[in-house]
Structures are given as C-alpha cells and as structure tokens.
Design a binder for this molecule. Structure first.
Ligand code: PXL
Length: 274
C-alpha cells in the first residue's frame, strides 16, 4: 500500500483540511500519515475561531520518523498557519523526500479575490517558495494571482490563463493544475506540464452554489488517485467529478450545512472509480 504524509491544519469542525484529507485518502486505499500544523476550533470562515499553532511539534515528529526510517510515496501540503510555518514545512520536505516521493502542494490561502483572514501580505511570497519544491501545485485563480503577483481578474481571456500557468510553472513546479477556470462559457480545470510545454483541460458542470472545503476535497482526491496509479489527467477528472457530485448532493439536501459539503455520502461512488 502506498503511504503519504499530509501536512495541514486540523479544523476540528468544518469539513476541510485534515478532516476531509484523512477519510478520503484512506477510503481510496492509501495510508495517510499526518503532520497537523495547527488546531483550530473551526475553519476561518466562522467568527471567533480558536487557533493553536503546532509549529514546535513539526520538526520533532519529522525527526522521529527519520529515525524510524519511514518512506513516503507522497508528501501533500495544504493550509499552513503562517509564513514562518511554510519555512518549517520546506525543511520537513527536504528531510522526508526520497527520489521517488511525489510532492503535491495545495497553496490553500485565498479565494474569490481575497486572502483568507488569518494571513498577512508576507504569506504568498513564502508559499511561492514551497510551490517551487513541488511536482504538482493545485491553486485556484485567486491563489495563482497572489503567488505570481498578477492582478486578480474576474473577467479574463485565454491569454490571462496562459500567463498565470507560465508564471506558476516558473516558480519551479513540474505540473500546474489551475482550478475554477471559466473560458468561453466552459468551466473547469487546466493543467500545464512545463517539461513538454503542453496543456490539457477538463471541463465540467458548474453548479450555481459554492461551499467551503471543496478545494481540499479536490486536492485530497487528486492525491489519492495519483497514488493509486492514475495519470494526472485521470486524477483531475476523478477529483473534479467527485467534487461536483459532493456539491450537488449538498445543494439538493434540505437542511444541509453552509460550512462544508456532504462528501461522506459520495465516498462509495469515488471508490468505484479506482
Ligand atoms: O479549506 C481551506 C482551509 C483550510 N483550513 C482552514 C481554513 C480554510 C479555508 O478557509 O480556514 C483553517
């Protein structure tokens, strides 16, 4: 069985970061070790959330694993608590990776043109360095604009998307997967492979609602699918279809929660795809 470590926060309630990465990656038949970077009462879209930074635990956990000689097939990072913590995580990757470790970075820090509440203006610069260590990065358009210092646009054309993809690849990652792209009435995910200078797109349905945590769900399923031997294009398709289905069932259910999707009920369909 493949083993990955995912490095991100634990929002105790809210269906994002580790509370979705763990069940999804496990259900996909991949061992998921974790390094929790912070404990929050909820994700930061709630008012008055608490947050305990676990920065001082990250290196001791890593060093213990090093002594034990654990091997990781993948390292997947998500929401990180501070610019200083991004540096710590880069040192962890240096310690844990081997030649066959796939590094996947979801630069979870912004959406809809805005940074998440907990971050200051130093954060994107550090996150851009972490992206430079990755085999694959998975930003949305807002994150792409902050990472590359490109003005955020709500209306854009293909040239803007290509500019973002090239600037993101220039940070150093081999593959860029840009989520939430809207072009010519189509909606979906664009992939850019730097080595072959080639693009691919996966267009999918856009439902007229948005929920928190769907980026984390997409990334977690992408990681699971890659570890189960699917290609990048297949993994994008599985991740996008699953995420859309989660949004659909949540939107269809009377009394569903505003803070996250009903990803649990769609897990059986996901497992069938592997
Ligand atoms: O879904 C990304 C995410 C992860 N973790 C925390 C968050 C968010 C998004 O707001 O607040 C703590």
């Amino acid at each position: 069985m493949k083993r990955i470590v995912t490095i991100q926060d634990i929002s105790c309630l809210g269906k994002c970061s580790l509370t979705v990465a763990l069940p999804l990656i496990s259900a996909m038949g991949v061992e998921a070790a974790i390094i929790p970077t912070a404990v929050l009462s909820t994700h930061t879209m709630f008012k008055n959330f608490t947050c305990k930074d676990l920065d001082d635990q990250i290196v001791p956990i890593t060093d213990h694993w090093k002594q034990e000689g654990f091997h990781f097939d993948g390292i997947y990072t998500g929401y990180l608590a501070s610019a200083a913590q991004v540096k710590t995580v880069m040192s962890v990757i240096d310690k844990l990776k081997t030649d066959d470790t796939m590094i996947i970075v979801d630069p979870a820090m912004a959406d809809n043109g805005k940074m998440y509440p907990a971050f200051d203006s130093d954060f994107p610069k550090e996150m851009a360095k972490l992206c430079g260590m990755a085999d694959v990065i998975l930003p949305n358009i807002t994150e792409a604009s902050f990472l590359t210092g490109t003005p955020y646009k709500e209306q854009y054309d293909e040239a803007y998307i290509r500019e973002l993809l090239h600037k993101l690849a220039a940070l150093g990652s081999k593959t860029v997967i840009l989520k939430g792209v809207q072009l010519d009435g189509k909606y979906g995910v664009l992939c850019y492979d730097a080595a072959s200078d080639s693009y691919s797109a996966y267009w999918h349905e856009k439902l007229p609602v948005g929920y928190h945590g769907t980026g984390d769900i997409f990334s977690s399923v992408f990681v699971g699918a890659r570890m189960r031997g699917k290609t990048i294009e297949e993994s994008v398709r599985i991740a996008a279809d699953y995420t859309v289905e989660c949004i659909r069932v949540t939107n269809d259910r009377k009394g569903s929660n505003w803070y996250g999707v009903d990803f649990e009920t769609v897990i059986p369909k996901l497992v069938e795809k592997l």
